[in-house]
Ligand binder design. Structure first.
Ligand code: GLN
Length: 210
């Protein structure tokens, strides 16, 4: 499968590396069971035409206002809407989540509205601009230990009824999914742990098989 990483701004290169780790065979740290390698190629997406022939897309973290400006400049908004309408999975981390949300606060700004949630930008305050935490996600019904790195992170303030929470930090949902759209308020690409990228690859594999 071919997964694109939107390469306009932010830490897109690290997602390519995370997908390579996700593709590798693994022992499954928490379960001990072996997993076969996943055949995944990552592609940097710089213009809408690059989306052709991709099976999934990652929108990385960065600064959502800058990302939105560049997306508008390159005409990515209709292209990503079309990609989504074609049933291709999208994974947004941090600024990528903000861009995909239904509503954005602090301040209000345009967003694609591809997942039914409201998000507040930079919601952890200055003293906790970045922090790391360990948590547990439910990925395909299995509890999976995950490492989470939060950087000027957004906070999900409202979740629509059809959005599933896959992980929390305290009371806050931090990993959520609605159909083919997966979002994280943290940065899974900044750890060596490929669990969340593997899970996205699995969503893409199933979408391809439909
Ligand atoms: N604070 C950024 C924003 O509001 C997001 C931070 C991130 O992507 N790490 O867009």
């Amino acid at each position: 499968m071919r997964i694109g990483v939107l390469a306009l701004q932010g830490d897109f290169a690290l997602h390519g590396q995370a997908l390579a780790r996700a593709g590798g065979a693994s022992r499954g740290r928490s379960t001990g069971e072996g997993r076969p390698p996943v055949d995944v190629e990552s592609v940097e997406v710089r213009k809408p035409a690059d989306l052709a022939d991709l099976d999934g897309l990652i929108i990385p973290g960065g600064e959502s206002t800058t990302l939105l400006r560049l997306m508008a400049e390159w005409d990515f908004v209709p292209a990503i809407e079309k990609f989504h309408a074609a049933g291709k999975p999208i994974f947004g981390t941090c600024a990528g989540l903000i861009v995909l949300a239904r509503d954005v606060e602090n301040p209000r700004q345009f967003s694609l509205g591809l997942i039914d949630l409201s998000v507040e930008r930079n919601a952890y305050g200055r003293q906790r601009e970045s922090f790391e935490a360990r948590g547990e996600a439910r990925l395909d019904g299995r509890p999976t230990a995950i490492e989470m790195v939060f950087i000027r992170a957004p906070r999900i303030r409202r979740l629509g009824a059809s959005v599933e929470t896959l992980a929390r930090h305290g009371d806050d949902p931090v990993l959520a999914r609605q159909g083919d759209v997966l979002v994280a308020t943290f940065h899974p690409e900044l750890t060596d742990d490929p669990a969340v990228h593997r899970y996205f690859c699995e969503i893409v594999r199933r979408a391809r098989a439909r």
